[in-house]
Design a protein around this ligand. Structure first.
Ligand code: HEC
Ligand code: HEC
Ligand code: HEC
Ligand code: HEC
Length: 136
């Protein structure tokens, strides 16, 4: 029975990889919405309207390691989590951080929203914790 347990364990692991950071999608498979949950521990997963952002903002503003990424590119797109979950260098921002200055999503998402809201207070760009991490 030990062997069977191992097989099921491996299958379960594969399923986890298939739905999260494991297999990279190409630009044409860019998601309309993404549930960002690879680092969830303390807070709820974040619903990200990817399509509306990708229409207005250059791909490489967020996918900063793929300089030439465009909507019609054929290259595979690495998830943020593939590099920001357990980065090689201590100074690279980690997605498990609570801090607004040490989490790559806080640095990327929250800082842009703050700047945009400063320019136009009528836009809906969340800057408060609970607006991105809904309370259960
Ligand atoms: C405002 C930031 C932002 C912009 C702009 C953006 N993306 Fe993304 N994209 C993300 C985030 C965040 C994810 C989710 C990554 C994760 O789960 O770690 C993502 C995921 C993806 C994925 C799925 C990756 C995978 O393997 O599952 C593809 C494909 C993608 N983006 C392509 C694009 C393309 C093409 C553009 C430009 C037309 C673009 N993105 C613009 C932030 C952005
Ligand atoms: C613009 C949206 C946004 C705002 C505002 C925001 N966060 Fe996050 N936060 C994220 C995203 C995206 C992640 C990455 C989640 C993941 O990868 O699982 C994250 C990750 C986290 C994590 C690590 C993952 C976990 O569940 O433990 C903590 C803790 C966290 N945020 C706390 C906060 C707190 C506290 C605030 C307010 C000071 C805040 N966040 C504001 C988007 C946001
Ligand atoms: C191939 C690995 C890799 C991928 C994929 C990646 N990053 Fe990064 N990121 C890094 C590294 C390494 C750093 C540290 C600074 C540097 O060397 O550029 C970094 C730095 C950052 C920073 C901090 C920049 C600053 O101002 O200090 C932010 C924000 C960030 N990444 C967000 C993201 C987001 C959002 C995604 C997905 C859309 C993403 N990264 C995908 C490797 C990656
Ligand atoms: C470069 C700037 C920029 C970045 C980076 C960015 N956003 Fe936004 N986001 C905006 C703007 C601008 C709006 C308001 C759009 C509008 O009102 O037309 C917005 C709106 C939103 C909304 C509200 C949508 C609605 O209709 O209620 C959510 C949720 C959101 N962003 C999540 C995120 C998350 C999560 C990230 C990081 C993965 C992120 N954003 C990164 C600029 C940005």
């Amino acid at each position: 029975m030990k062997k069977l347990g191992f097989v099921w364990g491996a299958l379960a692991l594969l399923a986890v990889f298939a739905t999260s950071a494991g297999f990279a999608a190409t630009a044409k498979e860019a998601p309309a919405t993404v549930t960002i949950d690879d680092c969830v521990v303390k807070k709820a997963a974040v619903e990200f309207p990817h399509g509306t952002h990708a229409e207005k903002i250059a791909c490489n503003a967020c996918h900063h390691t793929q300089e030439n990424l465009k909507a019609d590119s054929t290259e595979e797109v690495a998830t943020c989590a593939s590099c920001h979950t357990a980065p090689e260098k201590a100074e690279t921002p980690k997605c498990s951080e609570m801090s607004l200055t040490k989490n790559p999503f806080h640095l990327g998402c929250v800082n842009c929203h703050k700047e945009e809201v400063k320019k136009d207070a009528t836009i809906k760009a969340p800057t408060k914790c609970d607006d991105c991490h809904p309370k259960g």
